[in-house]
Design a protein around this ligand. Structure first.
Ligand code: 8ID
Ligand code: ZN
Length: 353
């Protein structure tokens, strides 16, 4: 049976405060529209995007009040009447950032679903996964491989998908160096593993002893501490045969991480922009961008297939999220840690559902 109310974390205005409620309404089965499903969420990862949404960092407005969250894992408990789908009640599914897209426009047909002009984002335009029962769109739910722990699946649904896609767009070949900036964070620590799994040579940039240890354990060839390095460009070159990495995936939430990338990249190198700091610009010198044949690529989450591929690496044990599990009501503390940069890997909230 579906309860009338549930636990949820909401915010009513930009910058909060976050409010933990136990009487937040649950959408009932008969209220679902065709195409919608009700998912009982047991776990949800916390992405730095959720914090950007709370702070209003981006030139887009969120729905208010809002339940954030977009790394949700659970089971389908109801499907809207009149929905055509192969999904069934009881299926284990994930809710990712891209809750819906039309699947009928040019970009959707090309598999570029995130840039659909009718894209709907979970925990931003619609209520997300920091609650026990979330309504989402059945055609964009991601099947979770049998046997994959929900705690493991959570971080893959945004962080994993995003970095897997970013690496696929990095124009690299096995044996190439790929620099991961923000390597000790949620996205970065998975990026190191996807890169290593396909034979790339990951170089990690982040800060602190805990993140250094984590990155080296996860397959980084070198760790460069952006806080203590005297000359980060020189250190990066020294770690990559003097020539710089073939690609750099900037998976950090800070604008500073973009600063030197176009200078330390190897000729023909690719800057893959992933991190989304507020009000930031990538400054590219036109002459050197042309003369050194550099590429700048924006990479925005992934499509349904990217999600399935990313989860498959986790199901096969090639990629393992380093996770701390905490209760739903601790979300505010998680954000504090993220802001201070003290979170290594990912935090996954347990909803208690
Ligand atoms: O589709 C997308 N493009 C997408 C998807 C998901 C997330 C983009 N994002 C964005 C988020 O909105 C956020 O801006 O990616 C960024 C990173 O998300 P995250 O991995 O969830 O954040 P985190 O766990 O806080 O990790 C960030 C790491 O960056 C390091 C921190 O120490 C932390 O480990 N970092 C910082 I802050 N400044 C740095 C610097 N100058 C840095 N690392 C290297 N150089
Ligand atoms: Zn995310």
């Amino acid at each position: 049976t579906i309860p009338a109310t549930q636990a949820a974390v909401i915010f009513e205005k930009s910058n909060g405060p976050l409010i933990y409620k136990t009487d937040w309404p649950v959408t009932q089965a008969k209220e679902l529209k065709p195409g919608e499903a009700l998912v009982k969420i047991t776990h949800s990862g916390v992405c730095h995007t959720d914090l950007h949404a709370l702070k209003g960092d981006w030139p887009l407005d969120t729905r208010l009040p809002l339940v954030g969250g977009h790394e949700g894992v659970g089971t389908i408990v109801a499907i809207g009447e009149g929905t055509t789908t192969n999904r069934k009640i009881g299926d284990r599914v994930g809710i990712k950032w891209l809750a819906d897209s039309c699947l009928d426009c040019e970009v959707c047909r090309r598999g570029q679903e995130a840039t659909c002009s009718n894209a709907v984002c979970s925990g931003f335009a619609v209520h997300g996964t920091f609650q026990q029962y979330a309504v989402s769109y059945v055609r964009h739910l991601t099947p979770i491989p049998a046997g994959l722990d929900p705690v493991q699946a959570g971080p893959i649904l945004c962080a994993g998908v995003t970095v897997w896609k970013a690496i696929k767009q990095s124009n690299t070949n096995p044996g190439d160096y790929i620099l991961i900036s923000g390597a000790g964070g949620g996205l970065g620590h998975l990026a190191l593993q996807y890169a290593a799994a396909i034979g790339l040579r990951p170089i990690a940039v982040d800060t602190g002893e805990e993140k250094r240890k984590l990155c080296m354990e996860l397959g980084a060839e070198k760790f460069i501490d952006f806080r203590t390095s005297q000359d980060i460009k020189a250190d990066i070159r020294a770690a990559t045969d003097g020539l710089g990495p073939h690609a750099a995936v900037i998976a950090s939430s800070s604008a500073a991480a973009y600063n030197d990338a176009l200078e330390y990249l190897r000729n023909h190198g690719t800057l893959v922009a992933v991190g989304l700091p507020a009000d930031s610009y990538i400054k590219a010198n036109v002459f050197w961008t042309v003369f050194r044949a550099l590429r700048i690529v924006g990479s925005y989450v992934g499509n349904r297939q990217d999600a399935i591929e990313a989860l498959d690496f986790a199901a096969r044990g090639k990629v393992k999220a380093i996770v701390k599990v905490q209760p739903l009501k601790s979300l505010a503390e998680v954000y504090e840690g993220m802001e201070k940069g003290t979170v290594s890997g990912r935090i996954v909230l347990e909803t208690g559902a």
